[in-house]
Write a protein that binds this ligand. Structure first.
Ligand SMILES: Nc1ncnc2c1ncn2[C@@H]1O[C@H](COP(=O)(O)OP(=O)(O)OP(=O)(O)O)[C@@H](O)[C@H]1O
Ligand SMILES: [Mg+2]
Length: 276
């Protein structure tokens, strides 16, 4: 695993959220559609796997890994697709979707149908940790995805996912604690939480939720020998969460740049390398 390489790719993707990239005529593009509890994120890579576009929207259309607002999800994916097509100057067709580990095939197909209803041709359906590993390229260790509603984890051996789990507890719970502590609305707590300058000061308040996340990870990893944990998902952006988890689990914890973008980018890369 080469963290520098993964970070360079993530930074390229991050830049593609705001900078227009010239797409040569005839270039094949691949789109990843990530439908999360907190965000819907679209990622676009070109035929060489270079990130060329990204767009995201805060949305409440998924709960605990399941779609609860189908129409709302389709509308948002459609509008993000339009936005990206406008910015890139070409249409987007080939796409992939990711699903949280452990949901049924029928439930996975809901994610496919949403992307299709928004105008995509879905060529790939991949579980979230396998998508994240398209960016991280881990041979051995565990990926922990601390999202908005849930914490997902995957154990990898020889580059393949051999165990997955997904349990409620994520960023929403951090925000609920802060909303209660400061007597402010949930959305205000969401904003407050993402201000880097505030996070050291807020850490003691949300630390018990981070410890709960660590306990979930610990329970699932009991029977595996894992030396390194890789943190992804938006809630892993919180400064210091890596230290809390490392202390609770007594393992090495690594965090890529902008962990929120790892899984979405990995979905687009999974479509590009469909055979994987
Ligand atoms: N800079 C930041 N610092 C702390 N938390 C952040 C930051 N940016 C985003 N978050 C939090 O990350 C969460 C969203 O992360 P992510 O997009 O990975 O989740 P999701 O995929 O929507 O949810 P899930 O995977 O649980 O379905 C939200 O709770 C959000 O408040
Ligand atoms: Mg997610």
């Amino acid at each position: 695993m080469d963290l520098e390489k993964a970070n360079a790719l993530i930074q390229q993707y991050e830049a593609a959220f705001s900078h227009g990239v010239g797409i040569p005529p005839g270039e094949t593009l691949y789109t990843g559609v990530d439908l999360g509890t907190s965000y819907i994120v679209l990622s676009v890579v070109d035929g060489s796997g270079k990130p060329v576009g990204g767009a995201k929207c805060f949305a409440k259309v998924v709960k605990d890994g399941l779609v609860v607002d189908y129409i709302g999800a389709v509308e948002i994916v459609k509008s993000l697709k339009n936005e990206l097509e406008g910015r890139l100057g070409c249409s987007l067709k080939k796409a992939g979707v990711a699903y949280p580990p452990g949901i049924s095939r029928e439930e996975q197909m809901v994610f496919v149908h949403i992307a299709e209803a928004a105008g995509f041709e879905v060529e790939k359906r991949v579980d979230e940790p396998t998508a994240a590993n398209q960016v991280l390229d881990i041979k051995r260790g565990a990926i922990v995805d601390i999202g908005g509603g849930t914490t997902g984890l995957a154990v990898l051996e020889k580059g393949k996912v051999i165990y997955t789990a997904d349990e409620p507890t994520g960023g929403e719970h951090f925000s609920l604690v802060l909303a209660g502590a400061f007597k402010i609305p949930f959305m205000e707590a969401e904003k407050l939480k993402t201000r880097p300058a505030k996070q050291r000061e807020l850490l003691p308040l949300v630390k018990p939720v981070m410890q709960k996340v660590a306990t979930i990870i610990k329970n699932h990893l009991k029977t595996f020998k894992v030396d390194v944990l890789y943190l992804v998902g938006g809630s892993s952006c919180f400064a210091g969460i890596e230290d809390v988890i490392a202390k609770e689990l007594e393992v090495k914890v690594l965090k890529p740049k902008n962990p929120l973008l790892v899984t979405p980018l990995g979905i687009a890369l999974s479509v590009k390398g469909k055979g994987d």
